[in-house]
Design a protein around this ligand. Structure first.
Ligand code: AMP
Length: 291
């Protein structure tokens, strides 16, 4: 998949900053679709907005860099922010409302009560980033309560995130439909990400090993779980020797419902997920495979 071309601007979205403004903007609208984002929008976000547009009368994009989901040594302060550029992209996609609250608006008090992501939230991304999914689920629950959408669109790029959001909605009986969108890739295969702007040209070349490894793994699926892991790890072992190197955080083949490791005899759907650092940038990617 390559980046969707911008559409012609079809009118400025209403940019709102507070729950009160949001409530006024959404009064009397029909079906509402929410696309939660952290901004620095790109083609992957565009594809989510288009899916939202096809399913609802009113599309709300939230733009909020959520401090609760960043660890103390992560990139919260340098995370890219560009509200004017993001608003333009939303206008091109016919978004109706951009909800861009200040941190103090979302968290007027120190957050005491949070959503615990359970054992699924402690694996893979949760193991590398303790507390990350508590932060994600807490802000998603808050956004659901603020926007009250009929449906919300999430990307498969963050496979563990969408699995946990689905599970939260089921476990807590939240009245919102969760819609998944496939991962959008740049023409060279790298999964589109706001963090890709951190990569130098040489780092980006090294980073292509992530999607290459996943493709190699997927192609080995007829051989079973061990063959998938082996094929992907072979690509990543080579990439560890590249300049600059790809420093593997994890490669895992997991059950999509629990994110627990798929056993050697696993059959059916599985997710092959990878996380690695290239230079100072941490990248994640995944593919679905059928064993
Ligand atoms: P973020 O702004 O990175 O928090 O992402 C906001 C939403 O966009 C999440 O649901 C992501 O899974 C989704 N997303 C990010 N990158 C992509 C991509 N390359 N393809 C599809 N969805 C994506």
């Amino acid at each position: 998949m390559t980046e969707p071309a911008p559409r012609e601007t079809v009118g400025e979205p209403l940019v709102v900053r507070t729950p009160e403004e949001l409530r006024r903007a959404l009064a009397g609208t029909g079906r509402v679709a929410l696309v939660p984002t952290m901004g620095a929008l790109h083609g992957g976000h565009r594809s989510l907005m288009r899916l939202a547009r096809s399913r609802a009368e009113t599309v709300v994009v939230s733009i909020f860099v959520n401090p609760l989901q960043f660890g103390p040594n992560e990139d919260l302060d340098r995370y890219p922010r560009d509200l004017p550029g993001d608003t333009l992209l939303c206008a091109e996609e016919g978004v109706d409302v951009v909800f861009a609250p200040e941190t103090g608006t979302v968290y007027p008090l120190p957050q005491m009560v949070t959503v615990d992501a359970g054992s699924m939230g402690e694996r893979l991304e949760g193991a590398s980033r303790p507390g990350h999914f508590t932060g994600v689920l807490t802000v998603v629950a808050k956004l659901f309560n603020l926007v009250r959408p009929d449906l919300a669109v999430f990307g498969a790029k963050d496979a563990q995130q969408i699995a946990l959001v689905r599970r939260m909605v089921a476990d807590l009986d939240l009245p919102v439909e969760i819609v998944g969108a496939p991962t959008l890739r740049d023409p060279d295969g790298l999964a589109s990400s706001s963090r890709n702007v951190y990569l130098s040209a040489r780092e980006r070349t090294s980073a292509l090993a992530l999607s290459r490894a996943l493709r190699a793994g997927a192609e080995a699926a007829p051989g079973g779980a061990e063959a998938v892991r082996g094929a992907a790890l072979a690509v990543l072992a080579e990439a560890a020797e590249a300049v600059p190197p790809v420093r593997l955080d994890y490669l895992a083949l997991v059950d999509p419902a629990t994110f627990a490791e798929a056993g050697a005899d696993h059959r059916g759907e599985a997710v092959l997920a990878v996380a690695a650092r290239v230079g100072a940038t941490r990248l994640i990617d995944n593919v679905s495979v059928t064993l």
